[in-house]
Design a protein around this ligand. Structure first.
Ligand code: HMG
Length: 387
């Protein structure tokens, strides 16, 4: 049975900081951020955007094109959870008016959450071929103003519809997974900011990529040249570039060029949005499909990495007519329409977003009409509204 990605919805909040401005403010050479890290701008979420509201907004990008009655599973992957008990997916389910018969819950393993959900959704559709599954990855990457990881922040959400006979990409048989209990990046319950051992995290990422990629090729009897594109979880785009350099080591020029060109296309959106944790690999996929030139039948290898750490390599095949399911203009517009913040404005908005609003205060959003937002709490219960 062919199962895979039928729809991809993307959302990122409406403000950003330019890396050149940030470099000047931090007394760094702008090329360190632009080339050394590989980021141009990063999205900033204000107090009214959280994992839930962003997840609603990304799913609304395609909801009117699907049969809502067929959705039997809704999984929410996040490491920016809004509650220690209740799943973010229940707020989403209500906002989207999905059936009460939907099985719904939240999953967590750092940036691996959406991939975990995608694999569960594939198994679900396999055993319920007439049903579909929505899988959301939604996160705000926060290291803190003036921190070592500051240039690798970002905010956004990807929502995916998984279905039989998908219209974008079939998931191929097989996968290779690898995990180890390590401390490269984590976020204790008492902190809204991530803790990170930055250099170590980049080494583990590359080590897990090599392990899972080689294992996958061995098990599936494939060579690097058999992939039309390789895409990566992109905490910052230079990270993926380093992994891609490892992938093409010793390959013929044609393979090297093809994989490099497709990597360039896959990093375009992330270079502007920043790290969106769980959704990041799938933002790479969207960027590749919208900015690259792949033909149906192309085989794409996907590397998913979540700190802590868990990695998986798997692949998909593009289906005939996949281009008609994308909306590059709308995705580009979402990124272009963000308002530029000065560094001082960013710092204020960022620090304010770390505070829980006083109970019973109603927050207002400056997002455009139709976008959902967090409107504050009433009796400590989170409220969501639409503009
Ligand atoms: P740093 O100390 O700011 O940067 O840390 P650096 O000194 O290592 O420099 C970065 C690069 O810029 C270097 O290139 C420099 O040479 C270059 P590289 O050696 O790496 O190729 N550079 C310049 N290039 C051009 N012109 C110049 C210039 N100056 C320097 N003038 C670090 C960087 C990534 C460690 C930091 O930002 C950080 O801690 N970020 C957060 C952690 C992170 O993103 N880790 C990634 C792997 S873990 C992961 O992906 C999981 C994650 O998404 C979380 C999850 O799973 O939930 C994070």
């Amino acid at each position: 049975m062919k199962i895979g990605i039928d729809q991809i919805g993307f959302y990122t909040p409406n403000k950003y900081v330019d890396m050149v401005d940030l470099a000047h403010a931090r007394k760094q050479d702008p090329n360190k951020f632009l080339i050394g890290i590989g980021q141009e701008t990063m999205t900033i979420a204000d107090q009214t955007q959280d994992a839930v509201s962003m997840g609603i907004n990304s799913t609304l990008r395609y909801l009117d094109q699907i049969d809502k009655d067929k959705v039997g599973l809704l999984i929410f992957g996040t490491e920016s959870s809004v509650d220690q008990s209740k799943s973010a997916s229940l707020f989403v389910k209500t906002a989207l008016n999905l059936s009460p018969q939907v099985r719904t819950f939240e999953v967590k393993e750092a940036c691996f959450g959406l991939t975990a959900g995608l694999m569960m959704a594939r198994d679900y559709v396999y055993s319920h071929p007439d049903k579909t599954a929505i899988v959301i990855g939604s996160d705000i990457a926060r290291y803190g103003v003036n921190s070592g990881g500051e240039v690798t922040q970002g905010a956004g959400s990807i929502s995916i519809l998984v279905k039989k006979d998908p219209q974008i990409m079939e998931l191929n048989e097989g996968h290779s997974a690898y995990s180890e209990d390590i401390n490269d990046f984590w976020r204790p319950n008492n902190s809204k900011l991530a803790k990170v051992d930055g250099k170590y995290s980049t080494q583990v990422y590359l080590d897990f990529f090599t392990k899972t990629f080689n294992q996958y090729k061995k098990e599936q009897k494939l060579a690097t040249k058999d992939f039309d594109a390789l895409i990566y979880h992109l905490p910052f785009t230079k990270m993926g570039l380093k992994a891609n350099r490892l992938a093409v080591e010793g390959e013929e020029e044609e393979t090297t060029q093809r994989l490099q060109d497709n990597f360039e296309a896959s990093k375009k959106w992330s270079a502007k949005v920043g790290n969106i944790y769980t959704g990041s690999l799938y933002l790479s996929l969207l960027s590749l499909l919208e900015n690259g030139n792949l033909t149906p039948g192309a085989r794409i290898g996907l590397f998913s990495y979540g700190s802590g750490a868990m990695a998986e390599f798997f692949s998909g095949t593009l289906v005939e007519g996949y281009q008609s399911k994308l909306n590059k203009e709308a995705d580009q517009a979402l990124i272009d329409q963000r308002k530029k913040l000065s560094v001082a404005e960013y710092e204020e908005i960022f620090n304010n977003s770390l505070l829980d609003p006083e109970d019973s205060i109603t927050l207002k959003s400056d997002e455009v009409k139709g976008k959902w937002y967090f409107a504050g709490t009433k009796n400590d219960i989170r409220q969501y509204s639409v503009n």
